[in-house]
Design a protein around this ligand. Sequence first.
Ligand SMILES: NC(=O)c1ccc[n+]([C@@H]2O[C@H](COP(=O)([O-])OP(=O)(O)OC[C@H]3O[C@@H](n4cnc5c(N)ncnc54)[C@H](OP(=O)(O)O)[C@@H]3O)[C@@H](O)[C@H]2O)c1
Length: 269
Amino acid sequence: MKKLENRVALLTGASSGIGAVIAKSLSNEGVEIIGIARSEVGLKKTQMDIEANGGKFHSISFDVSDVSNLSQLKTKVENLVGKIDILINNAGIEEYNYFHNYTLEYVQKITSVNLIAPMEITRQFLPELLQNSGHIVNICSLAAKKGESFNATYSATKGGLALFTDALRQELHGSGVGVSALFPGLVSDVGMYSDSQVKAPLVLGTISSKKVAKSLIKAIKNNKPDVIVNSGPLRPLLAINALFPNFGNWFARITGITAFCRNRAELGE
Ligand SMILES: NC(=O)c1ccc[n+]([C@@H]2O[C@H](COP(=O)([O-])OP(=O)(O)OC[C@H]3O[C@@H](n4cnc5c(N)ncnc54)[C@H](OP(=O)(O)O)[C@@H]3O)[C@@H](O)[C@H]2O)c1
């Protein structure tokens, strides 16, 4: 998919954070957006920002953790705009904690929001994406490239999402549907890290939400597979870690990454 103008995108997590910024950037490219989230107030804010700029945005308030009822979301989207061309699975949650302190309910919830919902939404919308030569983007995380201590549930769901994306991309090769995975590092200006009381170690680096949105647009236009969005020197380190995981674990300890994650767990972030 080279041209984005006049395409219709379904974007989950559009009420705040990175999703709201992605919505504005896509709208600037001429994309009509259906934004999904639970917060009607948040969706309204994104809608007003986009409409003030002459763009088109429709809100559907929906809890994507209700995974057995995502066919209802499909019907709502059909009634609103008909078929979509682009699907962006962005909604996500995380909570740093000692693994034994998580509840089963939380493990089920994070798995539903971060992994089952993206898979089920993709399953529901794939037939029309195949008809429209569409594009799917799944927002993963660097935690999908190297597990993050004290964030094991999140790492598991994002790692699963990354491999789902990889498998689907191979399955859909030649179908006309592009499939991209984005792996952002810590986003400084909005979203789940921006109000953290703990400063990230220098080696992790931080990025802006605009950089994530820009990379996403490039990924769709150029049908890019895996896109790491980060400012630090992590790419070669991840390659070394893939060969020598003990080195990666040691590196995380001596550079303060493990302590950073532990501090976030202690603070209940
Ligand atoms: N921020 C970072 O540093 C960072 C780094 C790497 C990857 N990411 C990924 O980027 C994505 C966006 O994160 P963010 O930082 O923008 O987080 P955020 O500010 O907390 O926003 C999360 C979005 O997901 C929506 N959401 C959460 N639970 C939902 C549910 N059950 N049903 C429907 N929508 C739901 C939220 O809307 P409602 O609360 O209104 O439902 C909100 O719009 C996530 O997948 C995250 O894992 C973030």
